[in-house]
Design a protein around this ligand. Structure first.
Ligand code: ARG
Length: 466
């Protein structure tokens, strides 16, 4: 007796696939999650077949009822998936045909190649919306910290050396910018996904008089004016995996961002810095050292970003050098995409949860940011305002910094007479620059960390994030 799988393509075969081959070639273990999209695609396709007269209205209705029943069975966890039937498409079609004889007509003018392309485009549209919402929640958690403790000043760092003072809010708003670009990227991927492949067939369309635009409309592959969007080349449609790469890229880039945020939090929470305390609920202890509280959620965010990059490179490597059009290699496109989706969703939630539980050590931040050296650049600007060329001013401040080191004094405590000896540009009021409040207020331009700008950005983010 022929194996089940031969029911769909076994006509020209005289031997069943080896058991090992079935295990090797099945994808249903991972593509079954496409079932809701596959069923939506089949409903639209059968509606179109009825629209052009290939199915009767009665056959279409029977197919639709059957598909609903199959979906309900899957949702209830009662559907029996079989690797004999390779993938999600054939599992569903066979189950449907057992219930509804008319389903034998469902695969008319359709191939699994345009079917899987459709399922994945529907998946990407859905996934981009979900991930964008999760990233939005993380942004809201960050904004809440800015609302609560954004007025705290901390040193900003370059080369992980103290550079210049910034409001914590300004630092947090940098994260919001990064994550906002991620959301914009997911919106672009969703837009690129918004073209209907159905009707491309296996490679060269069909001789049957189908209506691709009808199907596209049914599935919501439409532009902002409701006009159908169908892919324009049948060969490209079944061969193209750009979207997979674009999606994985959006995930990987979000991964880079979350990893950098996580790294800041790890550093800030160390005893050496002690700017923040991470929530116990997102940390773990050491099995040996009782005093330890480890920033595991942040470390895992950092670690998982590697995994997201790996998935991206799997897809790049999978696609390169494949001859047009579909090749079975492409079945391997789904595990990295699904993994990127699942991990990105999880990471965005964990990022939000970790940030929501942050405690800011306000006193410690104030102590650290009081370091007058953070305002050495302001001293150079002071000289510039007194007509000293910046290159000379930089040098003149460097000399004062060196003097402070030699005399073992804080920069702002140097005797004015000594400072004035260094460069004639220094006046009696040279130390006014070390007033932190004044220094911040002077940073007025767009994008700068002055209090007026921070206030403006706060209002902007509040509006943007809703
Ligand atoms: N499971 C297959 C995949 O994911 C569906 C397409 C199969 N097409 C084919 N010609 N065998 O790629």
């Amino acid at each position: 007796m022929a194996k089940q799988s031969q029911a769909t393509w076994g006509g020209r075969f005289s031997a069943d696939p080896a058991e090992l081959m079935l295990q090797f070639s099945e994808s249903v273990s991972f593509d079954r999650r496409l079932a809701p999209f596959d069923i939506a695609g089949s409903k639209a396709h059968s509606a179109m077949l009825a629209h052009v007269g290939i199915l009767t209205a009665r056959e279409r209705d029977a197919i639709h009822e059957g598909l609903d029943a199959v979906l309900a069975e899957i949702a209830a966890g009662k559907f029996i998936w079989s690797i004999q039937l390779e993938d999600v498409h054939m599992n569903i079609e066979q189950a449907l045909t057992k219930r509804v004889p008319a389903a034998a007509k469902l695969h008319t003018a359709r191939s699994r190649n345009d079917q899987v392309a459709t399922d994945m485009r529907l998946f990407f549209k859905h996934a981009c919306t979900v991930l964008s919402e999760k990233i939005l929640s993380a942004q809201k958690a960050i904004l809440a910290v800015a609302a609560h403790d954004g007025d705290v000043l901390i040193p900003g760092y370059t080369h992980l050396q103290r550079a210049q003072p910034v409001f914590l809010a300004h630092h947090l708003f940098a994260y919001l910018e990064m994550l906002e670009r991620d959301r914009a990227r997911f919106a672009v991927v969703a837009d690129h996904a918004n073209w209907c492949p159905l009707g491309s067939g296996a490679i060269a369309g069909t001789t049957l008089p189908i209506d691709r635009e009808f199907t596209a409309k049914q599935l919501g592959f439409v532009d902002s004016k409701g006009r159908p969007r169908v892919t324009q080349n049948s060969m490209d449609t079944v061969a193209d995996r750009d979207l997979f790469i674009e999606f994985a890229n959006a995930c990987a880039l979000f991964g880079v961002h979350m990893s950098r945020i996580a790294e800041d939090l790890i550093i800030w929470s160390s005893v050496e810095f002690k700017f923040i305390d991470l929530p116990d609920t997102f940390c773990t202890g050491s099995s040996l050292m009782p005093q330890k509280k480890n920033p595991d959620s942040c470390e895992l965010l950092r670690g998982k970003s590697a995994r997201l990059q790996g998935n991206l490179y799997t897809l790049f490597t999978l696609s390169k050098g494949l001859p047009l059009t579909y090749n079975r290699d492409l079945q391997e496109d789904k595990p990295p995409v699904f993994d990127s989706y699942d991990q990105t969703a999880l990471c965005a939630d964990v990022l939000a949860g970790t940030v929501a539980g942050l405690k800011i050590f306000r006193k410690r931040c104030a102590e650290v940011v009081a370091d007058p050296a953070l305002l050495a650049t302001d001293l150079a600007d002071y000289l510039v305002a007194r007509r000293v060329p910046f290159r000379d001013a930089h040098h003149a401040v460097g000399a004062v910094v060196k003097l402070a080191e030699t005399l073992k004094l804080p920069l702002d405590q140097l005797p004015t007479a000594e400072v004035k000896k260094v460069h004639p540009g220094y006046g009696d009021d040279w130390a006014v620059v070390f007033d932190l409040k004044r220094a911040m207020a002077m940073r007025r331009g767009t994008g700068m960390p002055g209090p007026a700008q921070v206030k403006k950005q706060f209002a902007r983010w509040r509006k943007l994030l809703g």
